[in-house]
Design a protein around this ligand. Structure first.
Ligand code: BTN
Length: 320
């Protein structure tokens, strides 16, 4: 109910919408409408009420609940079901449990904070309360498990587009999936897959975005930043989440046409911070250096070393 009322208030575009109209459209009593409006106010929504005119939304708090995000959703599949928790160990862990329990393809799990946010290579992901986005998408695709790593690149594209649209600054991609504003990483993505033989049970794509953080712990402050530290702007996180889901759906549909990245390769390469730059590939066997020439249509990084081409499938790359 809160989702529907909030959606109508948001869509009223600075006009009053009457309690009568809300109650008719939602098929509930005026008292129910009034109670729901009061609950929204308790969450921090400023809603003006004027007799004989109705309600008008004046301002929105920075919260990422199911109704805050749900009332903005424009995508068809991703975000149709939203599971929200104030605090959780990791949205990836809950998403995996929910996927096993039968939650549908496109479900998104969102938390306001994570007590053990997980990064790639077993690292920890700083997940402070009230300033970041911690979200995980559940996918149940019928393509080959070999396609799974490409989803991470699609998610990177979606985050980059969302930020660029909202904040209007370049949000570049450091291959394969870190988002960088200026010289600081502001987003990380962790994709995990559950397979049986060569069949995908489910894939979870976890996205962590530093949005309104004002500072970072000493251990990461040289590399990590937030949208706020990099642009001096505070943004409501629900708006970013909605855009990420919208663009993820767009890129996912483009991907499904070919089951590879052919349709998005050029866009990705334009955003690639490493393009035509010297990179150091931190291969666990033996690190090597070369010039990055973009990605292949399966998402590998093309690295030119002494006029020879190598395709890097995984591993870390640092811009020199
Ligand atoms: C990385 O850069 O190492 C990847 C970080 C991924 C963090 C996100 S936050 C939401 C989801 N839940 C997790 O525990 N991790 C991912």
């Amino acid at each position: 109910m809160k989702t529907a009322i909030l959606r109508m208030l948001r869509n009223a575009n600075d006009e009053y919408i009457s309690g009568q109209k809300l109650s008719e459209l939602l098929n509930v009593s005026r008292t129910t409408v009034c109670n729901e409006i009061n609950t929204l106010r308790e969450y921090g929504y400023k809603i003006d009420a004027v007799s004989r005119r109705g309600y008008m939304l004046k301002s929105t708090p920075d919260i990422v609940t199911d109704f805050a995000v749900g009332s903005l959703i424009k995508s068809k599949t991703f975000g149709k079901t939203i599971v929200y928790k104030d605090e959780i160990s990791s949205t990836n862990i809950l998403a995996k449990e929910l996927a096993e329990k039968g939650y549908e393809h496109g479900t998104v799990v969102i938390a306001d904070t994570q007590s053990s946010g997980r990064g790639r290579r077993g690292r920890n992901f700083e997940s402070p309360k009230g300033v970041g986005i911690f979200m995980t998408l559940i996918l149940k695709p019928d393509f080959s498990p070999y396609c799974a790593p490409m989803l991470t690149l699609l998610a990177a594209l979606a985050v980059s587009d969302a930020i660029e649209e909202i904040v209007d600054v370049p949000a570049n991609i450091k291959w394969p999936n870190d988002i960088v504003i200026g010289d600081k990483k502001i987003c990380g993505i962790l994709t995990e897959m559950s397979i049986q033989a060569d069949y995908i049970n489910n894939i979870v794509v976890g996205i962590g975005i530093n949005v309104n953080n004002e500072s970072f712990p000493d251990e990461i402050k040289d590399v990590a930043g937030s949208i706020f530290t990099q642009t001096d702007r505070k943004i409501n996180r629900d708006v970013i989440i909605e855009r990420v889901l919208f663009y993820f759906e767009k890129y996912y549909n483009a991907f499904l046409e070919t089951n590879d990245l052919s349709n998005v390769q050029d866009v990705y390469n334009k955003k690639l911070i490493n393009l035509d730059k010297e990179v150091k590939v931190l291969d666990p066997k033996e690190p090597y250096e070369g010039i990055s020439r973009g990605i292949t249509n399966t998402g590998e990084l093309i690295v030119e070393i002494n006029n020879k081409i190598r395709h890097v499938a995984s591993g870390e790359v640092s811009v020199r």
